[in-house]
Design a protein around this ligand. Structure first.
Ligand SMILES: Nc1ncnc2c1ncn2[C@@H]1O[C@H](COP(=O)(O)OP(=O)(O)OP(=O)(O)O)[C@@H](O)[C@H]1O
Ligand SMILES: [Mg+2]
Length: 354
């Protein structure tokens, strides 16, 4: 029996992914993972729209995977309105601190504090100073409560609802891809959302959730070529050189233009970070299904002039690939990064040192 196990659940636009990690003889292993597609429109821009569809998909996947301890799961949310900001708060006891959080940060929030779920994560718990440095995390209450309803109907009371961008950073930190002295960016490109997180010396300094993703490129193809979505997806995945359509040049140009718009948005976002912090970006790691787009890493490297790599969070974990062909796994791996980071959070909460 594993000494400790933890489950992360990522409800995205395209589907639900579950990652189960286990600690055996001091090693973290991928014990189990699974993914199930969601019907179109079940969630949009990170918000659950069709609670019943999400409940049914989550229930089915939990059953298929045989996940038991449903109160220990960490689930995640992504939302354009998620905000994570470094702040310092007075050194109070924990109850006092959380009790007064809303009042302490009210004037720093862009919207009414009542609409937000707030959390404070200390980044340096050192003693002696009057203030504790940490991160203020704010996420819309409505997004969280819709997620909780969908999961609750699937029989699950998650131990924690985390922000996907923090899970993203955690899944990389856990496998030593976060290097100490540099600012690095992790960018998870989903269907409709792109989460950007920049850490400096291991502490997240900048988080943005952009309302764009791989589906923008599919949409540009659909519109430009007058094809249905499945066909546009197929063309996109084949790198824009369709064998069947007599419009090769056009589809390549359409993909190019859409990718350029997307790359520019990421570059603008990261330039805002470098401009305001005065720090240089050393590396960028990509994840999410959208990161599989042919040529994207090269385009980002060109635009940002930093090395861009595909994130491989399981590389350092002891994965039993017995049933999984490494090539097949490498295609699914980018879409498991968020769920992996959520599972890592759940393990760390149990006191496992990663
Ligand atoms: N081989 C591929 N080439 C290009 N794009 C791909 C490929 N495979 C998947 N994608 C794109 O990845 C996107 C889906 O990524 P992912 O599964 O990470 O999204 P999600 O987590 O469900 O959505 P979100 O994070 O926006 O809620 C889609 O736009 C899809 O077209
Ligand atoms: Mg996603």
């Amino acid at each position: 029996m594993p000494r400790s196990a933890a489950v992360g659940l990522d409800v995205g636009t395209r589907g639900v992914r579950i990652v189960e990690l286990a600690v055996q003889r001091g090693e973290v292993k991928l014990a189990n993972f699974g993914a199930a597609a969601l019907p179109p429109g079940a969630t949009t821009f990170g918000e659950v729209q069709d609670t019943g569809a999400v409940t049914a998909t989550v229930s089915g996947l939990l059953k298929e995977m045989g996940v038991k301890k449903l109160d220990e799961v960490w689930a995640g949310v992504a939302d354009r309105r998620v905000m994570v900001r470094p702040i310092s708060l007075p050194r109070l006891d924990q109850n006092e601190l959380y009790g007064s959080l809303e009042l302490q940060v009210e004037d720093q929030l862009p919207v009414n504090a009542e609409e937000l779920e707030l959390d404070f994560i200390p980044t340096d718990p050192g003693t002696g100073t009057a203030q504790i440095p940490g991160l203020l995390v704010a996420a819309p209450r409505s997004t969280i409560s819709r997620m909780l309803t969908a999961l609750g109907d699937a029989g699950m009371q998650p131990a924690n609802i985390d922000v996907n961008a923090l899970a993203l950073l955690r899944s990389m930190a856990a496998v030593g891809q976060v290097s100490g002295a540099k600012s690095e960016a992790f960018v998870d490109i989903g269907a409709q959302l792109t989460s950007v997180v920049v850490h400096h010396q291991g502490t997240p300094r900048f988080i943005r959730v952009l309302p764009s993703g791989g589906d923008d490129i599919t949409a540009a193809l659909q519109e430009g070529l007058g094809v249905e979505m499945p066909e546009a997806e197929r063309i996109k995945a084949s790198g824009g050189v369709p064998a069947t359509l007599p419009v090769e040049g056009t589809s390549t140009a359409l993909i190019d233009a859409a990718v350029q718009r997307f790359v520019q948005q990421i570059a603008d976002t990261l330039q805002y970070y470098t401009g305001t912090s005065g720090r240089r970006l050393e590396t960028m790691w990509l994840s999410g299904g959208g990161s599989l787009l042919a040529g994207l890493t090269g385009r980002l490297e060109e635009q940002l002039t930093v090395p861009v790599h595909l994130a491989r969070p399981f590389a350092a974990l002891n994965i039993d690939t017995g049933a999984w062909d490494p090539e097949q796994f490498s295609v699914i791996e980018p879409t498991l990064v968020t769920a992996a980071g959520l599972a890592v959070g759940a393990l760390q909460a149990k006191g496992v040192d990663l």
